[in-house]
Design a protein around this ligand. Structure first.
Ligand code: SAM
Length: 240
């Protein structure tokens, strides 16, 4: 059964033009480095969008499956695959749904990646459960998110609403002038402990936690952002 229409369907053109193939942001680069070794591995890219990171994983020699709930973004990913084949399998699915046909292409996986996907996914527990089940024992789950402790700075919304409380979790739509994507699609705020405890509950042991600094060009437009933690990247290992 096809998943319901997704939030990103309506912003697919905006997202694909704003986040093109070149991967130069520190958080995605860190995610890729924490996913190494990549060559020869079976990798599942969860919430793959139009396949930016998916393609880079395949270019680095992995056998990759990408799964996403947005039909519009997947259409762009599949078109890129038709134009320049990297052997990627794309699956249209909600990763939090109980049926998981998307696990099949190369199950079990050595690595599951999720680049800036977890806060877009409404059911964190189900998504992390799916990631953990997709992995072989000893496999790694690597994810990046906007830092849940980022409070926001001039014109850039933080992880939770201005005037709200860090401890109040939930979906909301950002209003900061420079929060271009989150103003259009919104995002889920969760505390740092919710993320880490959810990983742990699903047998994913924290291995590396990184807080890469934003690039200078980003900070130049967003004064004071660099005084706060902006990005969070984690690598977890699936235990017995
Ligand atoms: C910020 S985009 C990141 C896309 C990609 N990983 C990248 O780095 O460009 C977040 C993605 O999460 C996807 N997403 C949100 N909820 C999902 C769900 N329940 N199942 C699968 N994908 C989901 C969206 O469709 C969107 O493509």
């Amino acid at each position: 059964m096809s998943p319901r229409p997704a939030r990103y369907d309506a912003v697919a053109d905006f997202y694909t033009s704003g986040w093109p193939d070149a991967i130069d942001d520190p958080a995605s680069l860190r995610l890729l480095s924490l996913a190494e070794p990549i060559a020869g591995r079976r990798i599942l890219d969860l919430a793959c969008g139009h396949g930016r990171v998916t393609r880079e994983l395949a270019r680095r020699g992995a056998t990759v499956t990408g799964v996403d709930v947005s039909a519009a973004l997947l259409a762009v990913a599949r078109q890129a695959e038709r134009e320049s084949a990297l052997g990627i399998t794309y699956v249209h699915a909600d990763v939090t749904a109980p049926e998981r046909p998307w696990l099949l292409p190369a199950f079990p996986y050595d690595v599951v990646t999720c680049n800036f996907g977890l806060s877009d996914i409404d059911d964190l527990d189900a998504a992390v459960d799916a990631a953990a089940r997709a992995l072989r024992t000893g496999g790694t789950f690597v994810c990046s998110i906007l830092h849940p402790c980022f409070p926001g700075v001039h014109h850039v919304s933080g992880s939770w609403p201005e005037g709200g409380r860090y401890h109040d979790e939930g979906w909301w739509r950002a209003d900061g002038e420079l929060s271009s994507l989150r103003r259009r699609v919104g995002a889920n705020h969760r505390t740092l402990s919710t993320y880490l405890n959810t990983f742990r509950r699903h047998g994913l042991r924290l291995d590396v936690l990184a807080e890469p600094e934003p690039p200078e060009a980003w900070t130049a437009e967003r004064q004071d952002a660099a005084r706060h933690p902006v990005f969070l990247v984690a690598r977890c290992v699936k235990g017995e």
